[in-house]
Ligand binder design. Structure first.
Ligand SMILES: Nc1ncnc2c1ncn2[C@@H]1O[C@H](COP(=O)(O)OP(=O)(O)O)[C@@H](O)[C@H]1O
Ligand SMILES: O=P(O)(O)OC[C@H]1O[C@](O)(COP(=O)(O)O)[C@@H](O)[C@@H]1O
Ligand SMILES: [Mg+2]
Length: 507
């Protein structure tokens, strides 16, 4: 006998929690666009408006346009028994749904757009550039679109800006790296805004990660302070997938696939020799998403180490015992380690506390955990397993570091498609007159998230609730290294992204 179980049918659902987790979720809109960006505007409009050329030229149906009130709830897990009465005062956090608007704020004929890629490389960067250009030119008819070379520092040499059109970008989606070039460091708010103003730019499309986002937030502040009418849109990029709230960042899936290939090779090597141990290090400074997803995807991993989980080598419950058992059982084992994992263990070994070395953007340069781990395991497991096999074999360790191999490749199909959505929605958002926003998929719906909501937060693997990490622990059989924590929110009160991440507030 089966009993149907359903949520109370007449319950009106509201998401829980108010907006306290995200702060002010309102977006900035450019209030008045003057003649620099079009003289056909109706002066009485608070937000000047022009008909969207999509409705005129392409004659797309009105149902393709998004209404001002369409929103995406930030939290979709609810407790139906506690939320059936909507409290008018407690507005649920929600973000504006992305997509084209019937009326737009800038005159496309006189609009001028700039595109820049910043930070580490990532599969899909060129697709985003391509699609921003395509949408601006084909759908809105913007003539003047420029590629700013080599990241933020490129604003200081406008003579090097590259005019971009359909022909130039046609094959970009098949290329890895960044055709425009990228860089770390070289950021200067004043110089960037001076340059945007001097070049009469009214739309800036910034493609980058967490550092880039912080820079873009400052640019938008400065633009606002100076009373300029420039929309600043961010398309979040990083193979690390460490941007909070959004379901995933573009390029991440491609990187995971490439990492999985490396893991499979490590497994082949491990299987090829008695007591074979493959150690694979993948990127992921503060978040271990690549390691987690690639480990899960491959199903051959015995131990997955990520920055979010502290671990130890020796003693009961340590990784040496776990791997020794696996080697004796299967004659092979595979370890995947994210570059940011175990940094505390390496630091603890160093005699003096050295000064932290940073890159030009201020990111801490990490110690090579992969090499360190492979060396430690060689001696530890060698001692432990001595004389335990028929031929007295020693552990055969192969260390594989595919770091740059996973991000220098062209995007896979799923990422190419995702890049297309993001790029087009960034253009639609800019034409809506919005500024200081990040375009991203939240709970599978693309929306405009205010940049300030995302700065100083990070997406990290959720190890405190049932999420993808649980599967890693069970699939690998590795020690959990977690202890019971009393003050963990129940799952319905938090936002868990599709990739198994949770928002971490930074200090
Ligand atoms: N706090 C910040 N304020 C302004 N600019 C920043 C900040 N952090 C990083 N940037 C700039 O953003 C760009 C990219 O940052 P980086 O950390 O290298 O990559 P990513 O954006 O991929 O995280 C660099 O040019 C860097 O100087
Ligand atoms: O050698 P580089 O270019 O500094 O890049 C290394 C870093 O770039 C990343 O791939 C991604 O970093 P960002 O997306 O934040 O730029 C990290 O995983 C890695 O630590
Ligand atoms: Mg970064």
């Amino acid at each position: 006998f089966l009993t149907p179980v359903q949520i109370p049918s007449k319950t009106k659902l509201s998401t829980r929690g108010g907006d306290d987790d995200f702060g002010d979720v309102s977006l900035w809109r450019i209030e008045k666009v003057d003649k620099v960006f079009g003289d056909n505007a109706d002066d009485d409009d608070v937000v000047p408006s022009y008909p969207n050329p999509l409705s005129q030229k392409a004659r797309i149906p009105s149902s393709w346009f998004v209404d001002e009130d369409d929103a995406v709830a930030a939290k979709v897990n609810v407790d139906v028994h506690q939320t059936c009465i909507i409290d008018e005062e407690a507005a649920a956090p929600a973000f504006m749904l992305a997509g084209p608007r019937m009326e737009i704020a800038f005159d496309p004929e006189v609009s001028r757009a700039a595109i820049v890629t910043c930070g580490g490389l990532c599969p899909g960067l060129n697709t985003v550039v391509r699609e921003v250009v395509m949408c601006l030119r084909r759908q809105y008819g913007v003539e003047n679109v420029y590629g700013v070379p080599e990241g933020y520092r490129g604003f200081q040499s406008p003579e090097d800006w590259r005019p971009l059109d359909e022909t130039v970008v046609a094959n970009f989606h098949n290329l890895g790296g960044s055709v425009l070039g990228s860089s770390r460091g070289g950021y200067d708010t004043k110089a960037i805004v001076d340059s945007l103003a001097a070049q009469n730019i009214n739309m800036l499309f910034v493609i980058g990660g967490d550092g880039t986002l912080r820079g873009a937030a400052k640019i938008a502040e400065e633009v606002k302070k100076r009373g300029l009418q420039i929309s600043v849109a961010v398309i979040p990029k990083t193979i690390d997938n460490d941007i909070p709230l959004v379901d995933r960042t573009f390029g991440f899936e491609t990187a995971v696939e490439a990492a999985r290939d490396a893991i499979n090779v490590a497994n082949v090597e491990a299987e090829g020799f008695p007591l074979g141990l493959g150690v694979v290090k993948v990127m992921g400074r503060n978040s271990g998403f690549i390691a987690m997803h690639a480990a899960l995807g491959s199903r051959v991993v015995d131990l997955c180490l990520v920055p979010e989980v502290d671990f130890y080598l020796d003693g009961p419950g340590g990784i040496v015992d776990h791997l020794a058992a696996r080697l004796l059982e299967n004659n092979k084992a595979v370890v995947v380690v994210a570059e940011g994992a175990g940094q505390d263990l390496i630091a603890a070994e160093q005699e003096e506390e050295g000064e932290q070395v940073t890159d030009l953007s201020g990111n801490v340069m990490l110690e090579d955990i992969g090499r360190w781990l492979a060396d430690k395991l060689k001696t530890r497991l060698g001692d432990k397993l001595q004389n335990q096999t028929k031929h007295g074999d020693s552990v055969s360790i192969k260390y594989i570091d595919p770091s740059y191999m996973v991000r220098g490749v062209p995007p896979n199909t799923a990422d190419n498609v995702y890049c297309t959505h993001l790029a087009h929605n960034a253009v639609h958002g800019a034409f809506a007159g919005l500024t200081s926003f990040v375009v991203g998929s939240v709970n599978t719906r693309e929306c405009f998230v205010p940049t300030r909501v995302l700065v100083n937060k990070r997406n990290v693997i959720d190890t405190e609730h049932q999420s993808l990490w649980e599967y890693v622990v069970f699939d690998t059989g590795q020690p959990c290294f977690q202890t019971e924590s009393d003050d963990v929110d129940r799952r319905k009160d938090i936002t868990i992204s599709a990739s198994g991440g949770v928002v971490l507030e930074l200090e």
